[in-house]
Design a protein around this ligand. Structure first.
Ligand SMILES: CC(C)(COP(=O)(O)OP(=O)(O)OC[C@H]1O[C@@H](n2cnc3c(N)ncnc32)[C@H](O)[C@@H]1OP(=O)(O)O)[C@@H](O)C(=O)NCCC(=O)NCCS
Length: 218
């Protein structure tokens, strides 16, 4: 059963010092090398959320979580027996964990990207997005996040032709899509995501958790 951890944070606020110290050196270096502050913060928050999620699921201390990368860049945690996927964007991060391969993608709803619509979406997906004048942006990001979640579950990365990923079929896995405020989140897994398996968090709760303050999962 997939479980989703969804985090909302202030996109351009500074990263709380208590949080930064919980990131491993390689992630800190990578975040420091990202010029755009919103992207750097999103990457940092995403990696903290992974450590939170894997720690909650495995009972290990966040500092003991080891993350490695496969040849295509797909991250994984050896010896935990937990499959997971990460997405971070301007103001939100999503981590999905499961006993089976899983993919997640979160995007802030914005204007329909016409070039992606024409070149990457299949005729059926284009027709779905353009089916009515209202709600086109949300439907576009619904399809986009499903494609990305499927690609991440598969793990081959961008060597897959995105056009070949049909988000209306179950060929890549079962999809669940949610709208969380301004964000669309899709999960692609062996089973659909159930509402009771979604944990929504805000930045302050994550700060409290990493500061070792009382924290209870609702
Ligand atoms: C890297 C990619 C897998 C996702 O990137 P993204 O959606 O821009 O960014 P996200 O934050 O959602 O996901 C990035 C995370 O995916 C994970 N990831 C990277 N390569 C991966 C792979 N091969 N398989 C699974 N997960 C992967 C990593 O955890 C990465 O974060 P990190 O580098 O900080 O550890 C790739 O699909 C991509 O660049 N896609 C954008 C291309 C596009 O035009 N998409 C249109 C969709 S219609």
């Amino acid at each position: 059963m997939p479980k989703l951890f969804f985090l909302i944070f202030r996109p351009d606020g500074p990263l709380h010092e208590a949080l930064f110290s919980h990131l491993p050196e390689d992630v800190r270096r990578r975040c420091a090398s990202i010029r755009r502050i919103t992207q750097a913060k999103a990457a940092a928050m995403g990696h903290l959320l992974v450590r939170f999620a894997l720690s909650e699921a495995s009972g290990r201390h966040p500092g003991e979580i080891v993350i490695e990368r496969g040849p295509t860049g797909k991250p994984y945690s050896p010896n935990l027996g937990i499959q997971w996927s990460l997405s971070h964007t301007n103001g939100a991060a999503a981590v999905c964990i499961s006993s089976a391969p899983v993919g997640v993608d979160a995007e802030r709803i914005g204007p329909v990207r016409q070039r992606v619509l024409r070149r990457v979406l299949s005729p059926r997906e284009q027709a779905y997005v353009l089916s009515r004048p209202e709600g086109q942006e949300a439907r576009f990001f619904e399809v986009w996040t499903r494609k990305e979640a499927a690609v991440k579950r598969d793990g081959r990365g961008l060597s897959i032709n995105l056009h070949s990923v049909d988000t209306f079929s179950d060929d890549f896995g079962l999809f669940t899509t949610l709208q969380e405020g301004d964000f669309i989140v899709s999960v692609c897994g062996a089973a659909p995501l159930e509402e009771r398996n979604i944990l929504r968090l805000e930045e302050d709760a994550l700060v409290r958790y990493f500061q070792g303050q009382p924290f209870s999962i609702p």
